[in-house]
Every structure is written in structure tokens, then in C-alpha cells.
Design a protein around this ligand. Sequence first.
Ligand code: HEC
Length: 195
Amino acid sequence: MASVAKALLIVAFVFTNALLAETYSAKVKQLYLPEQPKAVGRLLPTAEVKMLGDSGDKVEIEISGWIEDGVPSAVYFAPNRRILVAGINKSTQYKFDDGKSVEDGGKKWIQIKAKFLTEKDGFSDDVDSMYKSAEEMFNTNCSICHKLHDKKEFNANQWPSMINSMLSRTAISKEESYLLIQYLQKNAKDMPYKK
Ligand code: HEC
């Protein structure tokens, strides 16, 4: 009997974990809050999220990241590294749980978790293949006019404007550029984050 109970517990455990699975945003996705028909923000590709379950025609997700103290509209991947996990409209008040905080770059950064709704599509468990395709995008598009720049040549906060100034010279679409920016920022000179 005990072994049956044990087996059931294991099944329940595996099942619960599957339901609350960690997955990744595979594109720029709209974020919503309950009772608000209009999107309140955007989730960026490669952002890790926890699937909490269906909510009508959408899914509820939990996002996590870092905000600058008093500026909840931008959720970042690491303190003082402006690698966007999500951007929330400045006029939107949303609830978040705050965790630990650190000082970096003369500012206070707070780790948060927050729940949003989003469309069901556009998630992938395979973040590595997202980074792989970003790497290919970088290698093929960014070595045409000059030699490929080293990912470690710039800080995470420097890459976005660099990419944006080069974008019109390439065949990379605005949509695709969000993934390229994530890839270069996460492999930048001051990454991975150490403090
Ligand atoms: C059509 C040609 C062309 C393509 C394609 C191109 N670049 Fe450039 N890039 C240039 C030129 C020309 C410069 C010299 C500075 C300038 O004109 O802005 C430059 C400069 C740079 C610099 C140095 C800027 C600085 O201030 O030190 C970086 C970094 C860079 N490119 C990255 C990229 C990346 C990343 C891509 C792919 C998304 C890319 N480039 C694609 C033409 C190109």
C-alpha cells in the first residue's frame, strides 16, 4: 500500500510540475491584465515564464526579472543590464511580488515576479534553438560590410542602439531584431551578471 501511495505521489508531483512548467516566449507577445481588453505591455522573446494555466482564451503566466526601484514599467533580465524581459505601459499599475534587492550603477534594483495574461501561442521550451538562430542571423547579416564584431566588444546596455543603427542596412526585420538584441545583450562584455 505504501508503495502505491508513493507512486501516486510521484505521479502527482510530475504532473504538477508539467502544469507549472517553465517555458520561454518565442516572439514579442502582448501582455494583458484581467478585465482589461487592451494590452498593457509586451513580453520579449527568450523571456523565461512560468505557465500557470488557461484563463479563457488566454493563458496566465508569471514573469520574473529586475526593476529599477520606483520604475516598474521596465522589467529587466539582470540588475543594471537593460535587457528587457517585459515592458509595461507607464500608465498601468500592476501588482508584483518583490524579492531581494541589490545596488548597481548607483541605483537600487529589485527582483520581482508578476502575473499577466497572454495569447496561448508563441512559446517554446527550446530557448537554445532561439539563441542558435540569433547567432546565425548575426553571423550572416553582420559580416557583410565589415568583419563580424565581437559580442564582448560592448556592454549589454550598448548593444541595442548599435543594432538599431545597423538594422536598416540589413535584411533583418524589426520583429527579428528583438531576438538578435537579446542574444547580443546576454552575451555582452558585462554578462553573465556577476556582482
Ligand atoms: C550595409 C553595410 C553594413 C551592414 C550589413 C552592417 N554594418 Fe555595421 N557598420 C557599417 C559601417 C559603414 C560602419 C561604420 C560606422 C557607421 O557608418 O556607422 C559600421 C559600424 C559598425 C559598428 C561599430 C560602431 C561603433 O561605434 O564602434 C558595429 C558594432 C557594427 N557596425 C555592428 C553591426 C551589426 C551588429 C550588424 C548586423 C546587424 C551590422 N553592423 C551590419 C556597415 C554595415
